[in-house]
Design a protein around this ligand. Sequence first.
Ligand code: SAM
Length: 361
Amino acid sequence: MGKTSKDKRDIYYRKAKEEGWRARSAFKLLQIDEECQIFEGVSKAVDLCAAPGSWSQVLARKLNENYKKALERESDISPPKIIAVDLQAMAPLEGVIQLQGDITNTNTAKQIIAHFNNTQADLVVCDGAPDVTGLHDMDIFIQSQLLLAALNITTHILKPGGAFVAKIFRAKDMSFLFAQLRLFFPYVYCAKPSSSRNSSIEAFMVCKKYSPPEGYEPHMMNPLLTYEPCDFHKLTGVNRIIVPFVVCGDFNQVDSDTSYPLDHKGEEYKYREPVQLPLAPPYEEVMSLSRNRNFHMADVSVIIENEISAFKREALQECQAEISAEARATRQDQEQDDVSLQEAPIEALQNLYVSDENRDN
Ligand SMILES: C[S@@+](CC[C@H](N)C(=O)[O-])C[C@H]1O[C@@H](n2cnc3c(N)ncnc32)[C@H](O)[C@@H]1O
């Protein structure tokens, strides 16, 4: 793979590097804001599942703009506060307080809440995604749990009237999650920014005007998603609410699933290094193995291959011995010429062995 292969494929990836965003995800939050105005009047925000940090960069930029505007009107206001949390370490970002932890863990939630120290956030965003396993039900379940954990943390720190934006997988339990969110927010939209690939089931729940049910006490218990069969036909009238689905962006914007030429719109293409390399990527070990020509892994596969070959040889010899014994017995019984009897099955077996080897290749 050449250095520019991903650049060629994905215009948002390219634009992110041009504009200095750590990830192409930045455009998703920017496009959600264009449609839903989530940053209006925001000065305190929490970015859950924030690494490598492009949403935090967007927050820092937008909240600073708000701060400058507010300073023009009055002088006695505090600077913006942004808290970013992720399982992974994140390179520092100016004006962003970073915490490393699991958002489904009560201790992490307590740390975030402690940072607010009796103040409240105007906005909580969560772009959390599990390391997808490929087992769709499992991935969707973990994603739902992340959203619910984010909602639980949000109920502790969001001010009444505040907003919450969280990634969701458009799948089986979406209506259930929507119903949960509607308990806390009168406005809940499902947004699909143009920069989010059509091929991806991800979308974003945009929830506005936080107003928890009267008497609701925030807690950190995740309501479990039950897999009991639901008869949705029993739901009638207002109970069968269809989630408002908004697409952020229009046909004037570039399409995230299209491959654009490198000189798109006549601009000369220039390769750029990633804005922020991951601090400890999971592929680092493999890279260093191949760089240092440490063929430990390769040796293991050679050993395994040799052992398989030895096993096959032994099995073949055993078969030959058995067939020979059988052939001898047959010869004794029938007093016939044994060559064809003895050789033919061995040949057939050898052919089998050869075709078996070909199949392996
Ligand atoms: C798609 S990335 C977020 C990208 C980020 N919004 C940005 O713009 O740079 C998803 C992140 O979710 C984080 N994550 C997944 N499960 C988590 C958990 N239980 N607690 C905290 N972070 C989690 C992953 O470590 C990963 O960094």
